[in-house]
Design a protein around this ligand. Structure first.
Ligand code: ADP
Length: 542
């Protein structure tokens, strides 16, 4: 029997119409370095309409791709709204990709137009001659004359192009299953791969971001979106904000600890989202320059494992709870969120909060052993995590769903290794390529990193496996000390003695200035391994 219900499309256009009407006074606040630029959702609707008209005037039709090479700001938000709502596909280009990767992804997605922030023109200009399908470049927030157009490419000023456009647009009805936006993985594990989100998947994911046991985004929130809009759709905050009417604070290019602290003081956001390295940097800054940040009801950290020491520091020193979440570009990205069950008490609460989180109804999960068997959820059996659901990728753009490296009988292989508790909480021990295989046993690089980062003198610690004749691989710890702090490798080893099994105690230690980071701010272990094999690390051996 068919249902008797209506069948409205879950589209970005519908979200935009809703936001501009029902939440007309909510705001997009963009930091300028010394103050703010502010736009209400009502104005965002007009802004998006002008942008959509401008893109049509440049010949954007159908599902053509429109790239963005931008910071988090009002113009990027207008692109998020206008491009999918007009039926085209938003492609957020990661400004920190290596040049050859940037060229690869723009050509692979066949971007027709690219919107570029003025301050990023020098970076973009070098690659523009290699972008085969780009016909128009629109420069926002900057001087258009600084960009030399190669033959066949027209360069426009964002402000001039939009000024003469009407501020209404006849937003079409778009099929909810068609692509709305694209994001390429950052290529930590090979060539970047394109994930094309549908209108429907973005809509359902936005509802998840607002759910009480998830990120809990609400109308009363003012959310500081530090996670870039080119990194897994800024973890869903832009569209969820439109859905629920939360205001957004956009840091633009001001991502260092000091300006972030200024933004916090000026705007007093209630919520914020960023990778652990950003929070580590902010913590050090706040410790040296104390300020009240208790306006933050909660901050979310994901993208890589949140060290427990970081969670405790924010909560105990600054009264800000840190919510740990797990996800990937392929999972839109929200996969799991670590809110303890209401029955948890005392230390149990923290134990749950350290995990990568609990799966929501829309994310099915299973663990697969090395020999391909499904493992029980007993919080002990460790295997590769596979997931399935309406906002999980089924294939890559231009790729095939039968790629056995990434897909397995309709499940996404995450490449993450861990265990799941009987009540559905995921604990990741590693990425499959980062696990240290020592004498037939696995050592979790993440567990070791967290243990070392628990030492008060340590700012950051990254652990890699190094070849070992006897054991196959052994852990090497690269340590970055907090400013003005001193500790020796022997003291750190001693500190670990009652925290990890004896056979896991690392015997290779190196003190470095900074852990190399990927384009999205995660520890770049590929580079760290290369530094070690090139003899660039000064290593103490025990
Ligand atoms: P890339 O694969 O290029 O790094 P993503 O941003 O999609 O790009 O990264 C997803 C990966 O990040 C996950 O597969 C996982 O390894 C890691 N990750 C994300 N969140 C967490 C977390 N909370 N704890 C540990 N690892 C995480």
């Amino acid at each position: 029997m068919l249902s008797t219900m209506q069948d409205g499309h879950l589209s970005i256009g519908t979200l935009l119409r809703h936001a501009t009407k029902v939440h007309a006074t909510s705001e997009i606040v963009t930091w300028t370095g010394s103050g703010t630029r502010r736009e209400t959702f009502a104005d965002l609707g007009k802004h998006a309409a002008r942008l959509a008209n401008a893109l049509r005037s440049l010949g954007v039709t159908g599902d053509q791709r429109v790239g963005t090479f931008m910071w988090n700001n009002a113009e990027h938000m207008a692109a998020y709204a206008a491009i999918p709502a007009m039926g085209a596909v938003l492609h957020t280009l990661n400004i920190r990709l290596f040049p050859e990767q940037l060229v690869f992804v723009a050509n692979h997605a066949e971007d027709h137009v690219v919107l570029v922030d003025g301050t990023l023109v020098p970076l973009f200009a070098k690659q523009l001659p290699h972008l085969k399908t780009v016909r128009h470049v629109i420069v926002a927030n900057g001087d258009v004359s600084t960009l030399q157009a190669p033959e066949g490419v027209e360069v426009h000023s964002y402000d001039e192009l939009l000024a003469s456009q009407p501020d209404t647009f006849d937003w079409p009805d778009v099929d909810e299953r068609s692509a709305a936006a694209m994001c390429y993985t950052s290529g930590t594990t090979g060539d970047p791969k394109g994930v094309a989100y549908s209108h429907r998947s973005l809509w359902l994911h936005s509802m998840q971001v607002c759910m009480t046991d998830s990120m809990r985004l609400a109308e009363s929130d003012k959310a500081l979106a530090i996670v870039p809009m080119f990194h897994a759709m800024s973890w869903g905050l832009p569209y969820a904000a439109l859905m629920i009417g939360a205001s957004l604070v956009m840091p633009d290019r001001f991502l260092q600890p000091e300006p972030i602290a200024q933004i916090l003081a000026a705007e007093k956001p209630t919520f914020a989202a960023a990778v652990p390295t950003i929070w580590q940097g902010l913590l050090q800054y706040l410790d040296a320059n104390p300020q009240d940040v208790s306006h933050l009801r909660e901050v979310v950290v994901g993208g890589s494992a949140a060290p427990p020491s970081l969670m405790h520091a924010f909560e105990e020193r600054y009264g800000v709870p840190v919510l740990h979440a797990w996800g990937m570009t392929e999972t839109s990205p929200l996969g799991s969120v670590a809110r303890p069950p209401h029955t948890a008490t005392g230390e149990q609460v923290w134990a749950y909060r350290y995990t990568q989180g609990r799966f929501p109804a829309s994310v099915s999960a299973r663990l697969i052993s090395e020999s391909g068997e499904e493992l029980p959820w007993d919080d002990e059996s460790v295997g590769e995590l596979e997931v399935q659901g309406p906002w999980i990728a089924a294939s890559y753009h231009g790729g095939s769903a039968v790629d056995p490296e990434k897909f397995h009988d309709g499940w996404l292989r995450t490449g993450d290794v861990g265990k799941i508790s009987p009540d559905g909480f995921l604990t990741l021990t590693d990425r499959s390529k980062d696990v240290i295989k020592s004498g037939g046993e696995w050592i979790s690089s993440v567990d070791l990193e967290n243990a070392v980062m628990g030492h008060p003198a340590v700012a950051e610690a990254a652990v890699i496996g190094v070849p070992d004749e006897k054991w196959d691989e052994r852990p090497l710890v690269a340590v970055v000390l907090r400013q003005g702090q001193q500790v020796t490798a022997a003291e750190l080893r001693e500190f670990l003695a009652d925290k990890v099994a004896k056979w896991q105690l690392p015997e290779h230690w190196s003190f470095i200035e900074e852990v190399p980071k990927t384009s999205v701010g995660k520890f770049d272990k590929k580079r760290l391994r290369a530094m070690n094999s090139d003899g660039k690390l000064d290593v103490t051996h025990f």
